[in-house]
Design a protein around this ligand. Structure first.
Ligand SMILES: O=C(CO)[C@H](O)[C@H](O)COP(=O)(O)O
Length: 294
């Protein structure tokens, strides 16, 4: 594994925190030496753990509603958050898990959980007037497969779901968060990205959507339907993946460098049958002063 100094991107407030430049330079020199030519996964893990702890220590305050992401680094942050709760360093945290895996990790770490409701709740006051109560998420952290240098637009969902992950649910929590941090190793932070953009499509007319996307990125990308088991291929084999929402997943595999992830997202959004995709743009806050009660 390459040298794993870790970058953290605060997406809503895109000040870029580079672990190489903050805190303890000696630590990173030590990691550099330890990584060297015989670097191991554990070296990378220890840097990720440090980044995960830094994320919790810096951004999470008592009383917050926190979106809990999926992936190795998020798992570390969840465990550390649980430790901080048990130690009394933090209290009154409510976790909003983005997947079954993060829910399980949070539950075993002793973090109180709630579910995110994407729609506003309708309430009545004493005069029987209707008003809306917005559910707010103060902060969220997550892993990302790749982050576009410069824009901090991220891609999630490249890997086959390990549990019951849903790009749709994950993105709705990420987009609802007032502040968002991706915890990623440095080698996932780059420009001119290649590789897969996962696209969730309606299963009935998946092929029409696939053809339209194929035409759209002709020469730059191949479009394959993601299999549940077995080998990948354009048609997704005999057992195509069906998401928990009943959709298929297309992997739009870019073989040429992507100039702008935001433009790819905009193009995909226009295709009939596309339900969602793994590109997470810098979205505005759902509410700058949310009223919430969880
Ligand atoms: O899609 C994702 C978040 O849901 C992650 O990018 C993906 O799970 C990466 O995991 P890891 O960091 O463990 O490789």
């Amino acid at each position: 594994m390459a040298l794993m100094w870790t970058s953290i991107s605060a997406i809503q407030n895109p000040s870029f925190i580079n672990f190489k430049n903050i805190n303890d330079r000696r630590f990173f020199r030590a990691i550099t030496r330890a990584s060297g030519s015989s670097s191991t996964v554990s070296d990378g893990s220890s840097v990720l753990l440090r980044a995960a702890k830094h994320t919790v220590d810096t951004y999470i305050k008592s009383g917050m509603v926190v979106g809990l992401g999926s992936g190795q680094a998020s798992g570390m942050a969840i465990q550390y958050l649980g430790q901080q709760l048990r130690a009394g360093a933090l209290k009154d945290i409510v976790g909003i898990p983005m997947s079954i895996t993060s829910a399980t990790e949070a539950a075993t770490s002793g973090i109180p959980l709630d579910q995110y409701q994407d729609t506003s709740q309708v309430c009545t006051d004493s005069n029987h007037l209707l008003y809306f109560l917005l559910i707010g998420i103060d902060f969220a952290f997550d892993d990302a497969d790749i982050i576009e240098e410069g824009t901090l637009v991220a891609v999630i969902g490249r890997q086959r779901p390990r549990g019951d992950e849903s790009i749709i649910e994950e993105k709705s929590i990420l987009n609802a968060a007032d502040k968002l941090v991706f915890i990623v190793p440095e080698n996932r932070f780059k420009g001119g990205l290649e590789g897969s953009i996962p696209v969730q499509v309606q299963s009935l007319n998946w092929m029409d959507a696939a053809e339209e996307i194929d035409d759209m990125f002709l020469g730059d990308a191949e479009v394959w339907r993601r299999p549940y088991i077995g080998h990948a291929g354009p048609l997704g084999g005999d057992f195509p993946l069906i998401t928990k929402e009943g959709h298929n997943v297309l992997d739009v595999i870019f073989t040429s460098p992507i100039q702008s992830l935001a433009e790819v997202a905009e193009s995909l959004d226009k295709v009939e049958g596309v339900v969602d995709h793994g590109i997470v743009s810098k979205s505005p806050l759902v509410s700058s002063s949310p009223l919430y009660s969880l």
